[in-house]
Design a protein around this ligand. Structure first.
Ligand SMILES: NC(=O)c1ccc[n+]([C@@H]2O[C@H](COP(=O)([O-])OP(=O)(O)OC[C@H]3O[C@@H](n4cnc5c(N)ncnc54)[C@H](OP(=O)(O)O)[C@@H]3O)[C@@H](O)[C@H]2O)c1
Length: 318
């Protein structure tokens, strides 16, 4: 008796949800969107995608070369600027540039995409400066850009997208990356709650592993250097096998990464263009089926499952 009713209710909820998510805003060609970290990877793909779909993209690149290459592949609508989000002066100049362009209309979209993972290594091998580097870019850089652009986004009653990670839900290895992404999740949540009264919508995007430069081999080349420079006592405690397995695990993660970047950029585009954007998007099957569910399980289970692929130190307590 109850089962058919439950099935009907579930189907109705799914149809309602599908219908809601399909409603897209009109007049997208009037809307300006600033994306950080457009030189490569997801930011680069998103800039080209939104440009193709007629939006006015303001692409913040870290390097001149990244900006020049992007301009060659996009329409004259897309404009670029060189912005280092960890440098307050650079962010302030970018805000002046955006203010001049968008005028009274304000800024419709801000996509906080720029980020780094380097250095990533076991916690006991790192120094405070290693953490500071990543937090300064991923977390404080994003906070700086958002705070300075907030008046323009409020004026447009626009959207703020924060590119977090599945590592913002489950911390597995050392380095500032997961810390920065957990921090961004907190920032995004409080920002969404505060700004909803101003008509500004905030979405957090949590991609799984994608084969961009952030997880490619060069990103982990620094690991060999960190291992080489470790004091003898630390090297003996962890053992060479630990280093090798740690590096292999990362290589395997990079090799298994998703090459279909649109799975992540479509989430970002939906958050910018849908009438009813979601508060959270997970991109990629690894995120949806493994990392996010694992993050909800009791810690003893997630510890057990992650210990399967993490290395064991040589001088360990059995
Ligand atoms: N790929 C994944 O598996 C994955 C998974 C989860 C989340 N994400 C997130 O997705 C976002 C985009 O990463 P991606 O995968 O596309 O990697 P990516 O290709 O390395 O893109 C990151 C971009 O940010 C730029 N950047 C680094 N430091 C910067 C700074 N201080 N100021 C401005 N720009 C800076 C990088 O420039 P340079 O290359 O010149 O350093 C690069 O163009 C990041 O926030 C990342 O954490 C990625």
């Amino acid at each position: 008796m109850w089962l058919p009713l439950l099935v009907v209710a579930l189907v109705l909820i799914l149809v309602y949800r599908w219908h809601r998510q399909k409603q897209i805003l009109e007049n997208l060609s009037d809307k300006y969107v600033l994306i950080t970290g457009c030189d490569t990877g997801l930011g680069n793909v998103l800039a080209k995608q939104l440009d193709r779909h007629g939006m006015r993209v303001l692409a913040a690149c870290l390097t001149e070369k990244g900006a020049e290459d992007l301009k060659k592949e996009t329409s004259s609508r897309l404009q670029t600027a060189i912005v280092d989000i960890s440098d307050s002066q650079s962010v302030s100049s970018a805000v002046e540039w955006v203010t001049r362009i968008v005028g009274d209309a304000g800024l419709w979209g801000l996509v906080n995409n720029a980020g780094t993972i380097v250095p990533a290594a076991p916690i006991g091998w790192l120094k405070k400066e290693d953490y500071a580097r990543v937090l300064n870019i991923n977390l404080l850089g994003t906070v700086d850009v958002t705070l300075k652009l907030l008046p323009l986004v409020r004026r447009a009653r626009g959207r703020i997208i924060i590119v977090s990670s599945i590592l913002g839900r489950l911390s597995v290895f050392g380095g500032g990356y997961a810390l920065s992404k957990f921090g961004l999740e907190a920032f995004g949540d409080s920002l969404r709650r505060e700004l909803s009264s101003f008509g500004v919508k905030v979405s957090i995007v949590e991609p799984g592993a994608f084969k961009t430069s952030i997880i490619s081999s060069p990103a982990f080349e620094g690991l060999a250097q960190i291992w080489k420079n470790l004091p003898a006592e630390i090297k003996e405690s962890y053992g060479e096998q630990y280093y090798k397995k740690f590096a292999q695990t990362f290589q395997a993660l990079a090799d298994a990464g998703n090459s279909t970047f649109y799975k992540a950029t479509d989430c970002m585009e939906h958050a910018l263009t849908a009438c009813h954007p979601w508060t959270r998007y997970s991109a990629g099957w690894d995120a949806k089926l493994y990392f996010i569910p694992l993050s909800y399980l009791p810690t003893c289970i997630s510890d057990l499952l992650t210990s399967v692929y993490l290395p064991k130190p040589y001088r360990r307590v059995e």
